[in-house]
Design a protein around this ligand. Structure first.
Ligand code: TRP
Length: 326
């Protein structure tokens, strides 16, 4: 017996990197054991920023390859693309009628996005959290695994459930946020969060050679200028990354050697690169296998959409009934 329903969504950002894996995907995979999970590629949300619009489908495919190769299981979970289940847009419209505009304008993520794209502060950008609430509540999800940056949106979704229930009778559970516990993964520059747009990432699907090359460009302890200088693993991002890919005995030995200037940064990075490659070997093999099965991703997504739609239709029927439309 499963503990309840999980829903999470991610924008179609194409190939995923090790930060995405450690921060989100790994958690999605684990939740499948205990919950009925629904994972959604939110292509309509992607339209609010109009970045990479021409690439949404290609980015969806690349992201799906990573998800499936990492262990998201279409037999156990529903995996689908948001726009293929149009009921979410109905619920989005209904929710928009009970959402005070001022509430949306005060959401910090909206203000941040409006600042970032002052020439495109579109209506959909204001409604972003309403669509996200519709995603979650359409499936009556109880648990939503997201990063800290989505906390305001989750709070809004909970409020929307409460407001709807108050106005039209008990319909939706209040979804619980489940913060991903993975520590912050910094990018290769050791300053910002690992991210594709900052080009400081290591893609899961990179070849072993590319991975090694990327790791070699990474910043290390800034105070260690010469090989003979003692290093400071505590402030070195390479040491931080070792924690996920190198077993703890090896890691302690490397730290010790670094502090005594017995091992250089190049060597330390070579070990990290090689361990990342080892950790991703099975993943990469599986990814290539899936990529070679023509039509497979489309089948998975079509099946996911039809299973999602069955749930969505029930909710919409109930919503329309409760709102007095039918
Ligand atoms: N807003 C989320 C993000 O940018 C993506 C998202 C859309 C989402 N709908 C969702 C996450 C529903 C969780 C549940 O990462």
């Amino acid at each position: 017996m499963k503990k309840g329903r999980v829903f999470s969504g991610a924008r179609p950002t194409g190939r995923q990197h090790i930060g995405n894996y450690l921060g989100a995907i790994k958690n999605y995979v684990a939740l499948q054991d205990d919950y009925d999970c629904i994972y959604c590629v939110v292509d309509v949300h992607a339209l609010t920023t109009m970045e990479d619009v021409g690439e949404i489908r290609e980015n969806t495919r690349e992201m799906m390859l990573d998800w499936l190769a990492a262990g998201l299981d279409p037999e156990r979970s529903i995996i689908f693309v948001q726009s293929r289940v149009p009921e979410v847009l109905e619920l989005y419209t209904f929710f928009s009628m009970i959402t005070p505009l001022g509430r949306l304008l005060r959401i910090p993520t909206f203000k941040e996005k409006a600042r970032m794209q002052p020439d495109n502060v579109n209506y959909g950008l204001v409604g972003y959290p309403v669509l996200m609430a519709a995603d979650i509540l359409l499936y009556k999800a109880e648990v939503v695994p997201v990063g800290e940056d989505q906390a305001f949106h989750l709070e809004f979704a909970r409020e929307t459930a409460r407001r709807f229930n108050l106005l039209f009778g008990q319909t939706f559970p209040e979804p619980q946020i489940r913060l991903t516990t993975a520590p912050l993964i910094l990018g290769l520059n050791g300053v910002n969060k690992m991210s594709k747009s900052l080009d400081n990432d290591i893609e899961l699907a990179a070849s072993p050679e590319q991975t090694m090359e990327r790791v070699m460009t990474a910043f290390t302890d800034p105070a260690r200028r010469y090989l003979s200088d003692p290093g400071h693993p505590d402030v070195c991002n390479i040491n931080h990354l070792h924690q996920f890919f190198t077993d703890s005995a090896d890691r302690s030995a490397i730290q010790e050697a670094c502090r005594k200037a017995e091992i250089g940064c190049v060597e330390c990075k070579r070990i990290l690169g090689s361990n990342i490659n080892k950790a991703l070997e099975d993943f990469r093999e599986k990814r290539a296998e899936i990529a070679a099965k023509s039509g497979y991703i489309d089948e998975v997504l079509a099946d996911g959409a039809s299973r999602a739609e069955a749930i969505a239709k029930e909710t919409i029927f109930e919503v329309k009934q409760n709102m007095g439309l039918i």
